[in-house]
Write a protein that binds this ligand. Structure first.
Ligand code: PEP
Ligand code: MG
Length: 561
């Protein structure tokens, strides 16, 4: 990805589609979980007061600490410590910080936390531009004091978020965003996203696409080159990022945005006509195609139904677990899985067991699966982590079994490669049933399926077919592991090739063996919703496709060709 300031340039847009125009909001990846919402103008004084109180509390705390350093029990503390605290106090009380924060609260109507982190970015840029290396290094001190104020602000929020309708559109620009952050932004104020890192099938990009929001991931150094408040255009279709456009370019893109929206509305209208007439989608040989939805949260079933999905082909349950200090217990999981089953009203529901690890780490407090491994994609991920954490896995299996009283659930196991792992999984399911029996808790019937996303699994497909009721090809990982190309690394994105003969061979042979044996098979990776593969997959015999609801309308066009 490349782009120019005050100009136009072309690169790869790997996230969602469409055009977004707005002001850049630069967010440090580590602060992506700070609350971002608009306030009403009459709430501004409360927000200004909140931030003032938080700042004063930190100043008090630091002054008390300083006092204890100069006398009392800590009188042996090095002189440097007191000097550092002087610097922190000075930064904290500096007018530039306070005035900027006030500006973002009063003029832009940002909530206090958001105003503070936005102004931090502005001042940090000024530090970066300084010639004096001592001064440049003070940026770290500033970040530390802001962190303390943010902590102080926690829990003091009393305002409720308001809708962004009357506010100018905003584009979030960050070095990196975790998939969990992206999910959080689903209900947030941003109308476009740009990140420096990430590949086309990184989970951050997948979530961006599922949100249907224009996004560019893998934009290399965008977060350093775009400044806070710059006007930016994100054209995710044409892979263009424009910073501070001229009026003429802005007008052209406003038109493109409006045309795109109009076409999209027309498309949706014709789709909903199709759905109402329940036009069956047929393959060229007249057999029916089943269109299933990929979801990340129980609430996503609404979009799936609206798009005409005939069931859920992949519920990525790890999104219930990410970004949380306390993991969901059996009751919470039972409620989430039941919600999906009930919402889908008897249609098939495939729920994948937790696929944590790699680019979907748990909160750092959970140790092993927090992502700090040398090769996380090859490490303790998905079923490997589940088998290493049997108590957690059993909790999830019990919740799934219990939820299946509301309707059959197809339980899908990710990243299996070994027959021994398959046998362990089956034993765990038996054990979960036995635990429920012992406790007298009712449960229903589940189907069991395996994801084919490691080449070893594709190469021994008959073994998988022996043990499982159905298979589902996870093409995102199958490509990554077949070609040894990290799906999250934009520097090797050009080698991530879904058309590579080795990938095609593994997919075709798995599909054909399943079709020949009458074993249900679907594809739930991004390939399923990618129109350039539709006809080839149909020719291989595939009849079940699982994709984001936002991709279904386009898919139908490709399937009808
Ligand atoms: C896949 O690998 O294709 C898949 C569907 O799983 P995920 O993208 O969640 O790894
Ligand atoms: Mg996968």
């Amino acid at each position: 990805m490349s782009f120019s300031v005050h100009g136009l340039s072309v690169g790869r847009g790997l996230g969602g589609t469409g055009v977004a125009i707005g002001r850049a909001v630069r967010v440090l990846s580590s602060r992506a979980n700070v609350a971002h919402y608009f306030i009403t103008p009459d709430q501004a004084p409360t927000e200004v007061q909140r931030i003032r109180a938080a700042k004063n509390a930190v100043v008090d705390e630091m002054q008390r600490l300083q006092l204890s350093l100069s006398g009392g029990v800590n009188s042996d503390a090095p002189h440097e410590l007191s000097a550092i605290m002087d610097v922190h106090l000075m930064l904290l009380q500096d007018d530039t910080l306070a005035e900027g924060v006030r500006h973002y609260i009063e003029e832009r109507h940002y909530n206090a936390e958001w105003a503070l982190t936005t102004q931090l970015e502005v001042v940090a840029e000024q530090f970066d531009a300084m010639h004096d290396s001592y001064m440049r290094e003070r940026k770290g001190d500033l970040e530390q004091v802001v962190e303390r104020v943010l902590k102080q602000l926690q829990g003091s929020a009393q305002l409720t978020a308001i809708h962004q309708a009357n506010h100018e559109s905003l584009i979030l620009v960050a070095h990196d965003l975790s998939p969990a952050d992206m999910i959080r932004f689903k209900s947030d104020v941003f109308s476009g996203f740009v990140t420096d890192v990430g590949g086309k099938t990184s989970h951050t990009a997948i979530v961006a696409r599922s949100m249907g929001i224009p996004a560019i991931v893998g934009a290399k150094s965008a977060s350093q080159l775009v400044c806070q408040d710059d006007w930016v255009i994100v054209d995710a279709d044409a892979s263009v990022l424009i910073v501070n456009p001229t009026d003429r370019i802005l007008a052209q893109y406003r038109k493109k945005q409006a045309d795109g929206l109009a076409a999209w509305h027309e498309h949706l209208a014709s789709e909903s006509r199709d759905i109402k007439q329940s036009t069956p989608l047929l393959a060229p040989d007249g057999t029916a195609i089943t269109l299933l939805a990929n979801i990340e949260m129980p609430g996503d079933t609404a979009a799936a139904l609206a798009a005409g999905a005939q069931g859920i082909g992949l519920f990525r349950t790890e999104f219930l677990f990410m970004g949380r200090a306390i993991l969901p217990d059996e009751e919470e999981q039972y409620a989430a899985y039941s919600e999906v089953v009930v919402a889908m009203k008897g249609m098939p529901v495939t729920i994948r067991t937790i696929d944590i690890g790699a680019d979907k780490p748990l909160d750092a407090s959970h140790g092993q699966a927090c992502g700090a491994h040398t090769n996380p994609a090859l490490g303790l991920r998905a079923i490997r982590w589940c088998l290493a954490e049997p108590a957690m896995f059993l909790t999830q299996l019990r919740a799934l079994l219990r939820a299946s009283v509301h309707g059959r659930i197809e339980v899908l196991i990710p990243m299996l490669a070994h027959e021994s792992e398959i046998k362990q999984c089956l034993l765990m399911v038996d054990r979960a049933r036995a635990q429920l029996d012992a406790a007298g808790v009712p449960y229903g019937v589940i189907g069991l399926g395996a994801m084919i996303e490691v080449p070893a699994a594709a190469l021994i497909a008959p073994t998988f077919m022996k043990y499982f009721d159905f298979l589902s090809i996870g093409s995102n990982d199958l490509i990554q592991y077949t070609l040894a190309v990290d799906r999250t690394d934009e520097t090797v994105a050009h080698l991530y090739d879904s058309n590579h003969p080795a990938v095609q061979f593994l997919i075709e042979s798995t599909i054909k063996q399943c079709v020949a044996a009458g074993k249900p098979i679907s594809v739930c990776g991004e390939m399923a919703g990618d129109g350039s593969h539709t006809q080839a997959l149909l020719a291989m015999g595939l009849r079940s496709f699982s994709m984001h609801p936002s991709q279904m309308a386009t898919f139908k066009k490709f399937a009808k060709q």
